[in-house]
Design a protein around this ligand. Structure first.
Ligand code: HEC
Length: 166
């Protein structure tokens, strides 16, 4: 009898996992008309959205901390992260963070969205997040490019969150 209950619990857990993986953020819902922005393009977009000048939009971005992610997050930045991931990252990291089909031979980036990564985010918190942020900003090793000059802080933080949700 105990085994039956155990078995039922396992089935339940399995169904939960499948349901969860179906709701994961992904780039499949994007259309080719969705364009990512460079740093200035992003400031222009935010300036128009928040009815501020370009200089104010840049100031707003530079006021963001580089050691913990901004709390403010709207649909515009979530979508931007998905488009950035598609345009700038998926070629090497895979559409869903699995580099097995990437063009890069060696060294392969590690797989994202694994249990290990999830544990890192859960227990490492902002330390983990700022570590990921720094890799995106400054690059890593021979193959991982630095995006610090190309992207705004808000965009890089959005990518960190995108990776966390993979
Ligand atoms: C030209 C290929 C390439 C592109 C494009 C690329 N990466 Fe990477 N990335 C790599 C490689 C290779 C590594 C592993 C580097 C190492 O460990 O030496 C890596 C490592 C990383 C890591 C660190 C993972 C760890 O080991 O802790 C993060 C985070 C990351 N990339 C995020 C991104 C994001 C976000 C983008 C897009 C904005 C991106 N990468 C674009 C190749 C790439």
């Amino acid at each position: 009898m105990k085994q039956v209950i155990y078995f039922k619990k396992m089935i339940f857990l399995f169904i939960c996992c499948v349901a969860l993986s179906c709701t994961k953020s992904n780039i499949r819902n994007l259309s080719k008309d969705d364009k990512s922005h460079d740093r200035n393009g992003w400031f222009l977009k935010r300036a128009a959205q928040f009815d501020m000048s370009l200089a104010e939009a840049e100031k707003r971005d530079l006021a963001l901390s580089e050691s913990h992610p901004p709390e403010y997050e709207d649909e515009a930045i979530k979508k931007e992260a998905a488009v950035l991931w598609r345009d700038l990252c998926s070629l090497c990291h895979g559409a869903n963070g699995d580099p097995k089909d990437s063009l890069i031979v060696e060294p392969k980036p590690k797989k994202f969205g694994t249990l290990g990564m999830k544990m890192g985010f859960t227990f490492g918190g902002d330390k983990m997040r700022s570590g990921i942020y720094r890799v995106i900003r400054d690059g890593k090793g021979e193959r991982m490019p630095a995006f610090g000059k190309q992207l705004a802080r808000e965009q890089m933080w959005a990518l960190v969150k995108y990776i966390e949700r993979l």
